[in-house]
Design a protein. Structure first.
Length: 278
């Protein structure tokens, strides 16, 4: 019996009739997962793995939404070109990708670097966004543990379970909350052609801290979700954003770290569904 790839194992876990497609967006071959029907909900993962990072919550969220989880350029099954990988690059790609799918209005959930991409998109294309959910988002403060960058660099340079486990302790309170195929898939992506470009060519430009004025200019209704045990970006970053983004609300999930949708998926989905339906 042929063993399924890590990617296809995770697709099987998602179930719910999830479909895998490709489109051309801003000249980049873009992979995405799609499930469900209803109001469009775009999911943007952070700086690792790909769309399958959302494997625990795609099916629950697809009960009431057309869920579209992109592999951002440089990650997952998408093309990994030589590119700046900065905020304008991400926004330009996302604008073309959503136009290609005919999404005139949609809500967006972004984790980590994907959250920073969501903020920049809201600032530049507010007419397209219904609601914005920022999950342990990057770009909201300068006071965070820069030592993690060294661990990330070592993991990107030498992708292996050993370095992955070392970094994983900063990502989740309990790395075993993630399926082994997800850990292995993250390594697969790094070892693929161009798999290290987003990190080393981007050089952190996609997560430069937003100014007070920029956050005050976010016009999209916003929910912030943080894990209480977040080790990348402290809860104080979410508190700052909640004070500056007009009407924003912060929810903190106990027993979760940087990926609360993987650690506490039921709680996470309840918060997201409640906010989108309000």
């Amino acid at each position: 019996m042929v063993k399924l790839s890590n990617f296809h194992q995770l697709l099987g876990i998602i179930g719910a009739g999830v479909r895998h497609h490709y489109i051309e967006a801003a000249g980049i071959r873009t992979s995405f997962l799609e499930a469900g029907a209803g109001p469009a909900l775009v999911l943007l993962h952070g700086a690792g793995g790909g769309a399958v990072t959302w494997y625990k919550v795609i099916a629950p969220l697809a009960r009431h939404h057309r869920v579209i989880a992109f592999d951002r350029p440089g990650y997952g099954e998408s093309e990994k070109p030589s590119a700046p990988y900065d905020k304008p690059f991400n926004t330009n790609w996302l604008r073309h990708a959503t136009e290609r799918l005919g999404l005139q209005r949609f809500s967006l959930v972004g984790n980590s670097e994907g959250g920073s991409a969501g903020i920049h998109y809201s600032l530049n294309h507010p007419e397209q966004l219904e609601k914005l959910v920022l999950v342990g988002s990057a770009g909201l403060g300068d006071n965070w543990n820069k030592a993690i960058i060294l661990k990330m660099a070592l993991y990107k340079l030498f992708p292996s379970p050993i370095w992955g486990e070392l970094l994983g302790r900063n990502v989740m309170q309990n790395p075993d909350d993630a399926h082994p195929a997800w850990h292995d898939y993250s390594i697969d992506v790094l070892k693929s052609k161009g798999g290290r470009r987003a990190f080393f060519q981007g050089r952190g430009r996609a997560v430069i801290t937003y100014t007070d004025e920029e956050l005050q200019a976010v016009a999209t209704p916003t929910l912030l979700i943080w894990g209480e045990d977040e080790a990348f970006f402290p809860v104080s970053h979410g508190e700052r954003a909640a004070q500056l983004i007009p009407g924003a609300r912060l929810e903190v999930i106990p027993g979760a770290g940087h990926l609360p949708f993987m650690e506490k998926p039921e709680v996470f989905c309840g918060l997201v569904e409640g906010f989108l339906g309000s």
